[in-house]
Design a protein around this ligand. Structure first.
Ligand SMILES: C[S@@+](CC[C@H](N)C(=O)[O-])C[C@H]1O[C@@H](n2cnc3c(N)ncnc32)[C@H](O)[C@@H]1O
Length: 392
């Protein structure tokens, strides 16, 4: 017999080695199960043509992230990519002209996304992609840039912020790869919380101190909408330069766009989420709130909601942030209860700055996880371009 306050495990086996279950009682799990059952029934009804009368025709987006990152000529500079995920950094560096040498990613579906996008790339996925198992020394002296986004869950405001005591903390692995390969430049991205006072000791002990003898380290905070992508998404990027000369030659990426209503600069205004998605004018538009990060949340979900304030912004935009559909056709057929626009995976990818040509692999929640975990590609492009300029 299960006591009412006893935790029970989920019946769904996780496909993500980094997935951490929530501790839930039977009654609490039943609430989620009932919601999932209802959603499944509604989705099946929609697929059978019983999903209500579509309020919006299938949307035709007005925003093309390709315009923000035109392919630059090859610069002959090689890159290694660690913790590659769905490939935001990989795409940005590729478009900025770098030569991709290899990607390492533990999740098979994410590795498949990278292979699909670029069949000629060397992609190490699943067990072969586990950076903990790689000896980087053979690469020593042959790498211009080593980049990566170690998992952010140990530091994220949405998580338990256990830092170094979280088994998912992979910063020591990133540092090991840098010390073994000794690239000209390293680039590492993470949630903005890692740059906060909470983690200043962590950053000093685990990033700065082990690397500062060999690298000039710089840290910048970058906001996605300032690079043309209609989303509030602030991230920290660490840059490490092998020499003082290189560090001096480098200029941090500078904002290219401003948000509607921000009168502090005369930069062009970034497109709003509704306009980007090609939705009808409702007299209000703005950038999307931050799209939920990660595959390793409490449960597999097709919701992109990250906070209560995000929920309010989605409501004002009349965009429904839950039950994201696999395709635009499926989204249009599956009418939301409040009449707000239902998103598809392709729409979420667009709000994250991925072009339509970048096709994610795996189940819907898995694709959304790769998107929400990624560096916004046009931001990655600006980062990569700034590094290329210093290395030339
Ligand atoms: C924040 S995401 C990286 C996103 C990526 N930089 C991008 O721009 O799309 C972190 C990734 O690290 C991967 N990962 C976690 N542990 C790993 C390990 N031991 N070896 C390789 N990849 C790992 C996760 O599966 C996840 O995709």
């Amino acid at each position: 017999m299960t006591l009412s306050n006893e935790f029970v495990p989920s019946r769904i086996k996780s496909t993500d080695p980094l997935h951490e279950q929530w501790n839930l009682t039977l009654a609490e799990r039943e609430v989620f199960r009932r919601r999932a059952r209802e959603a499944r029934l509604a989705k099946d009804a929609a697929a059978a043509g019983l999903g209500g009368t579509p309020l919006h025709p299938v949307n035709v987006p007005m925003f093309n992230p390709d315009d923000l990152m035109p392919q630059l000529t090859r610069n002959g500079l090689s890159t290694l990519s660690l913790f590659s995920g769905g490939g935001g950094l990989d795409l940005g560096f590729d478009r900025a002209g770098f030569d991709h040498q290899g990607s390492w990613e533990i999740l098979p579906a994410a590795a498949e996304t990278l292979r699909r996008a670029n069949p000629s790339w060397s992609v190490y996925g699943g067990d072969d992609g586990d950076v903990r198992e790689v000896d980087w020394k053979p690469w020593r002296g042959n790498v211009a840039v080593l980049h990566g986004g170690p998992p952010c869950q140990p530091f994220s405001n949405a998580g338990k912020q256990r830092g170094a005591s979280d088994p998912r903390d992979m910063w020591p692995e990133f540092v090991r790869a840098v010390l073994q390969t000794r690239p000209e430049v390293f680039v590492a991205e993470n949630v903005a919380a890692l740059a906060s006072a909470t983690f200043s000791d962590y950053v000093e002990d685990n990033i700065i101190r082990p690397l500062e003898r060999h690298y000039q380290i710089r840290k910048v905070l970058l906001q996605a909408y300032e690079y043309g992508v209609p989303q509030v998404r602030k991230r920290v990027v660490f840059f490490g330069f092998r020499t003082k000369t290189l560090a001096k030659r480098w200029a941090a990426p500078s904002p290219q766009y401003r948000r509607v209503g921000d009168e502090r600069s005369d930069l062009p205004t970034v497109v709003g989420a509704r306009e980007a998605l090609g939705l009808p004018d409702i007299g209000f538009d703005d950038v999307s709130p931050t799209i939920r990060s990660g595959l390793s949340g409490p449960r597999h979900t097709t919701s992109i909601l990250s906070s209560v304030s995000a929920q309010r912004r989605f409501e004002a935009l009349q965009i429904w942030p839950n039950g994201v559909a696999a395709t635009r056709d499926a989204a249009s057929a599956y009418v939301t209860k409040n009449g707000h626009f239902r998103l598809s995976v392709a729409d979420v990818a667009l709000l994250q700055g991925f072009p339509e040509s970048w096709r994610f692999a795996g189940a819907t929640y898995m694709q959304l996880g790769q998107i929400g975990n990624s560096v916004v590609p046009p931001v990655a492009y600006s980062v990569a371009s700034s590094v290329a300029a210093a290395l030339r």
